[in-house]
Write a protein that binds this ligand. Structure first.
Ligand code: OAD
Length: 242
């Protein structure tokens, strides 16, 4: 049987499916990935832009960059890969989409059960009094201030920060219970997210990887598509529909 046929059959027979996505799924929507050629961390200073220290020492610099990213994400459209995953959710009894992305493109494509491991770019909160809001509008000031006078921050996980415990627990539960686990568009080098596919496979899941490049998962995955997510995912869903 072809790899595509094999994967479609596994999905057909699975009651519980979990998926982990990374920046690669949004690449075809025009959003830059982090690593590799042209990646964000090649062009920008991680220390200044993605650490709590950077945000604290120069909030205007951080927010100018981050507001630019927010606008870029809002200007982007979900691509066929995002849409195929939203379709797949309707075909599977229990489907959990775990994403490292903060762009909300999965939700805009129609995905419902989404766990945002690294937060999202559109919720901002005050680290002093906890006041939070969701905003898709251009920020009234850079940096944005809370009424209490403190600089607000985005509800995203910065380097060296822990992930939300409840979200992480739900993600591991979904991975451990999955019969099929798909790792899509992630370099699989950032932990704890990168443990999820390994943990799923250790608990018996059939592990599928979709990524044009090799990752640490490629050698252990049960099926590998070295292709773009937006090209192969619609084919998988089409095959599954028969
Ligand atoms: P990376 O930039 O590390 O990896 C993106 C992956 O997507 C690479 O392995 C590419 O080969 C692959 N890729 C590129 N185009 C693709 C396409 N069209 N279809 C499928 N795959 C494609 O991004 P992440 O793995 O998401 O964390 O990075 C993980 C975390 O590191 C991010 O969430 C972020 C970053 O630092 C935080 O901000 C906390």
């Amino acid at each position: 049987m072809s790899v595509l046929g094999d994967v479609a059959e596994k999905l057909q027979n699975a009651k519980r499916v979990a998926v982990l996505t990374g920046a690669g799924i949004s690449a075809e929507s025009g959003i830059a990935t982090f690593r590799g050629k042209g990646g964000l961390w090649e062009r920008y200073d991680v220390e200044k832009l993605a650490t709590p220290r950077g945000l604290k020492s120069d909030p205007a610099y951080f927010w100018e960059w981050f507001e630019g990213r927010r606008r870029e994400m809002l200007g982007a459209e979900p691509n066929p890969g995002h849409r195929a995953l939203a379709e797949l959710e309707k075909l599977v009894e229990s489907f959990t989409l775990i994403t490292q992305n903060i762009d909300r493109l999965h939700q805009r494509a129609g995905s419902k059960n989404v766990l945002e491991l690294h937060g999202n770019a559109f919720t901002i909160y005050c680290p002093r009094d906890g006041w939070r809001m969701e905003t898709y509008e251009p920020l009234p000031s850079i940096p944005p201030f809370c009424q209490c006078g403190a600089v607000m921050r985005p509800d995203v996980v910065l380097f060296e920060e822990p992930l939300d415990e409840g979200t992480l627990r739900s993600a591991f539960l979904a991975a451990e219970n999955a019969e099929v686990f798909m790792s899509i568009g992630t370099s699989a080098v950032v932990y704890p997210a990168a443990y999820l596919p390994v943990e799923a496979q250790r608990n018996g899941a059939f592990l599928i990887e979709i990524n044009p490049e090799e990752t640490p998962l490629t050698a252990i995955a049960d099926a590998v598509f070295q292709q773009k997510a937006g090209e192969i995912l619609p084919k998988i869903v089409e095959k599954l529909r028969g």
